[in-house]
Write a protein that binds this ligand. Structure first.
Ligand code: ADE
Length: 229
């Protein structure tokens, strides 16, 4: 059994690679792929690139080419739930794509039109592993909630309020909803762990830049703990 791990950015990917043993490097569809072991667990990591198309491609590559039987996504996110601060941890109970909009046709905001499903639940067993690892590394439980994704870096307080009201979002990023859709279509369990780099408001561009490296490293450490034990 091989586990697949997606991370969008170099800063999110390289801290994961640094924990691997028996490393073999490769490439798929112009993106870095690294195989190795975390403890006894065989894993394949892919640096997906940012956004929903990149995440969907990377997830399908991990499934088709490397036969992974579970998928994790990690990295940073904008905190949307009140009180979240840089460094806090969010684990998704479900994911959706907040920028899908066929409301003109009578669909709900975020609803993928003419599809069976648009809210994708994460796997309970994978999630439980993440929760245990968060507690072990940080000493406190994460926020468990809905992570919403879109092809937009959110840096606007009004939009944060909309994401709370429309979607009950805990955090916003740019990949999880796409991973959820691909994982669900393929019948593969998945989970998403994010650390907060910013709060998706006017300060977000500055905070994201300032906190990316440190918070992404924290996310990687937690995920490694969840997988390697
Ligand atoms: N990832 C980290 N911060 C983000 C934000 N504010 N919007 C979208 N994705 C993010």
């Amino acid at each position: 059994m091989r586990i697949g791990i997606l991370a969008a950015l170099r800063e999110e990917f390289l801290p994961l690679v640094s924990h691997l043993e028996d490393v073999r490097e490769g490439e798929a569809a112009r993106r870095p792929v690294v195989h190795g072991r975390l403890g006894a667990q065989e894993v394949t990591l892919i640096a997906s690139g940012v956004g929903k198309v990149n995440a969907a491609m990377a997830a399908q590559i991990l499934i088709d080419r490397y036969a992974v039987s579970a998928l994790y996504l990690t990295g940073v996110a904008g905190g949307v739930a009140p009180g979240l601060r840089p460094g806090d941890v969010v684990v998704a109970d479900e994911v959706l794509q907040h920028d899908v909009d066929s409301t003109a046709l009578g669909f709900a905001p975020g609803e993928i039109p003419f599809a069976d499903r648009w809210i994708f639940p994460t796997d309970e067993r994978l999630r439980a592993r993440l929760l245990g690892a968060v507690e072990a590394v940080t000493g406190k439980p994460p926020l468990v909630g809905r992570i919403v994704s879109g092809d937009r870096f959110v840096a606007d307080r009004e939009e944060v309020l909309r994401l709370r009201e429309q979607f009950r979002a805990a955090a916003v990023e740019m990949e999880g909803g796409a991973l959820g859709q691909v994982a669900w279509a393929n019948g593969i369990p998945f989970a998403v762990l994010r650390t907060v780099s910013d709060t998706a408001d006017g300060e977000a561009p500055r905070d994201f830049t300032a906190f990316l490296a440190e918070t992404a490293e924290r996310a990687a450490r937690i995920l490694v703990r969840a997988i390697a034990g």
